[in-house]
Design a protein around this ligand. Sequence first.
Ligand code: NDP
Ligand code: OXD
Length: 311
Amino acid sequence: MSREALVFYSPVDSSAAWREALTAELPDLDFRVDPEVGDPADIRYALVWLPPRGFFARFPNLQLVTNLGAGVDALLGRDDLVPVRFSRLNDPGMTAMMTSYVVFAVTRYARDIPVFERAKRRGVWDYVHPRPLADIKVAVLGLGELGAPAARALAGMGYTVTGWSRSPKDIPGVASETGREGLERVLADNEIIVSLLPLTPDLRGILGAREFARMPKGAKFINASRGAVVDEAALIGALRSGQVAEATLDVFETEPLPPDHPFWTLDNVLITPHLASITVPKLAARDVAQSIRRMRQGLAPLHEVDPARGY
Ligand code: NDP
Ligand code: OXD
């Protein structure tokens, strides 16, 4: 009879912090860190972020893969995944951090901060009269676990907020749009557009030349979800022409962003290195432990992902 173990793999998250947080919840858990996995047949659970190709094929008794984050695009469609259950993390720390990033990026534009950053570099007192927040229309594309709280926070601050999602939503202070026609309206009506869309086959490249042209001239774009929801060449064209005046980009089609990428040369682009939000082990471990307990009882894990839906 083999033992029941969990394998941890992440190039960015601390295995020590996760071991401590998870074994505090589940003292009997045999927590192993790749590549020290012992007998691969012991592995029932995987807690992973961006594991290399071939990773899962080694574990014949794997039952549950938990993504160390929200976006599961890098896990789905792999050829080394045996049919297992998938879950994602959904912890309050990750949500709070994403909301703070979106509020920062939107407010930076709403309060004309890039204008003052440039004026300071030129040594110029460049007064721009502030506009009431209610006059500033912001769209949040994707109203999921992260998008909905960000939209709610923006609305709570006084912005005029519309969200776009697959199904209609009822979020206080946030107008709801769905479908292709809804997207067309959202793009045309809002001066600040935030993407919190997952990278699914449907949404790959959803924001291209046509969509940037539809935005009001001088729109601001914030992408904190996945680079490939955007056609980067089209965005660069729009940023060069001024159709899109400014962009804040945390995510890119290729990461790390290659040194010769045109985004680096654009003065109207703020680049952050994919850290809009991270998972906080102490806060997320409870759900991971609960999912393992549920699996032991033959129940579905928490925050299960439907591979067919893609998010
Ligand atoms: P969720 O899966 O909870 O929500 C996804 C949202 O997108 C839902 O509102 C869903 O609609 C909507 N959606 C999906 N498909 C479509 C479609 N075809 N048309 C319109 N709307 C659609 O995701 P999260 O909110 O948790 O996270 C969003 C993304 O943020 C993640 O997938 C990940 O890529 C990224 N992320 C980035 C981080 C960073 O540090 N930069 C950190 C964490 C996440 P509905 O509600 O109707 O299902
Ligand atoms: C995530 C991310 O999807 O950090 O959680 O990008």
